[in-house]
Design a protein around this ligand. Structure first.
Ligand code: ATP
Length: 297
């Protein structure tokens, strides 16, 4: 019997630095315009090539994630015709239904890992990417795991290579917010697009200043549904070193931006002491495409 092949893939959290909802298609999908980046915190998916599909979940957030065929890892794997069967061990570190794309990141990790383990398999050669989009609008951007402007329903990805590395604190108040409920609660679903991203940023402060003038069109509706988001937002805004606080995706996770990594780490420690019931992490935001590449062992 051949030695089992093991692949490990990092599934980084996605952060919407800005999020404009610019309309809705006839089929109900919302049109988005968003500047998306990725955090150095995320889930880890271990894939052991074998004879059958199996799903094992572990880690701090495992209890809230399905471990059967409804897990997005298995749903993504089922779409990969010709890929080998495997045992997936998902270490779930990201809170579920929290606006940071955890499920999409895991699905993208499964896709990257299985593709890498399948010699000769070219995912671009078929319509699998289109089918993955049906599982989640965030999946194509999670496949890239790099800072990008996202348009359409999530399928138009324009990499933005010149954003400086940003230093953040991510906070989730431990309430799950279902994305469809937030879209439904929005009063205005046709909003102006994001202005052009400046071609150059002189540094972190300059970038934060531009971001401050942008918005997340889903934040008001999400906060009306879940008041804990307002508490997170004001905890971040109230921190002396926080330069900008905003919700990611459809919430409830919010990010605060800081001028340095040290300032973000200190703020994360201080806020964790004040709000021990919340999920709080210091994170670096930027392209994670190198870290998200499959590692064989
Ligand atoms: P987005 O930012 O893309 O809207 P989200 O972060 O709000 O996503 P997810 O954590 O991706 O939400 O979870 C969305 C739903 O998907 C949850 O209801 C959850 O039960 C289901 N789900 C299935 N598989 C997973 C997975 N591997 N991780 C997280 N959620 C999963």
């Amino acid at each position: 019997m051949a030695t089992p092949q093991i692949v490990e893939v990092f599934a980084p959290a996605k952060i919407n630095l800005t999020l404009q909802v610019t309309g809705q298609r006839a089929d109900g999908y919302h049109l988005l315009d968003s500047l998306v980046t990725f955090a150095d915190v995320g889930d880890v998916l271990r894939i052991e090539i074998g004879d059958a599909f199996e799903m094992i979940t572990q880690g701090p957030e495992a209890e809230t994630v399905p471990d059967g065929p409804e897990n997005l890892v298995l749903r993504a794997a089922a779409l990969l015709e010709g890929a080998p069967k495997a045992v997936f061990t998902l270490t779930k570190n990201l809170p579920v239904a929290s606006g940071i794309g955890g499920g999409s990141a895991d699905a993208a990790a499964a896709f990257r890992g299985l593709s890498a383990a399948t010699p000769g398999y070219d995912p671009k050669a078929d319509d699998v990417l289109e089918r993955l989009l049906v599982l989640g609008a965030d999946i194509p951007m999670c496949l890239a795991s790099t800072t990008a402007r996202i348009e359409g329903i999530g399928e138009i990805i324009s990499p933005v290579g010149h954003l400086p590395t940003l230093h953040a604190v991510l906070i989730n108040p431990r309430v799950a917010v279902p994305t469809p409920a937030v879209f439904k609660a929005m009063k205005q679903r046709t909003n102006p697009p994001m202005p052009d991203i400046p071609p150059v940023f002189s540094g972190v402060s300059d970038c934060i200043e531009w971001l401050r003038a942008q918005r997340n069109d889903m934040q008001e509706a999400a906060t009306a549904l879940e008041p804990a988001i307002a508490a997170v937002q004001s905890a971040l805004e109230g921190h002396r070193a926080c330069q900008l606080a905003r919700m990611s995706g459809s919430g409830a996770t919010c990010f605060g931006l800081f001028e340095t990594a040290q300032a973000a780490q200190l703020a994360a420690r201080e806020l964790s002491r004040t709000y021990p019931q919340w999920w709080i992490r210091a994170a670096q935001l930027g392209s994670q495409s190198d870290r998200a590449a499959p590692c064989f062992s």
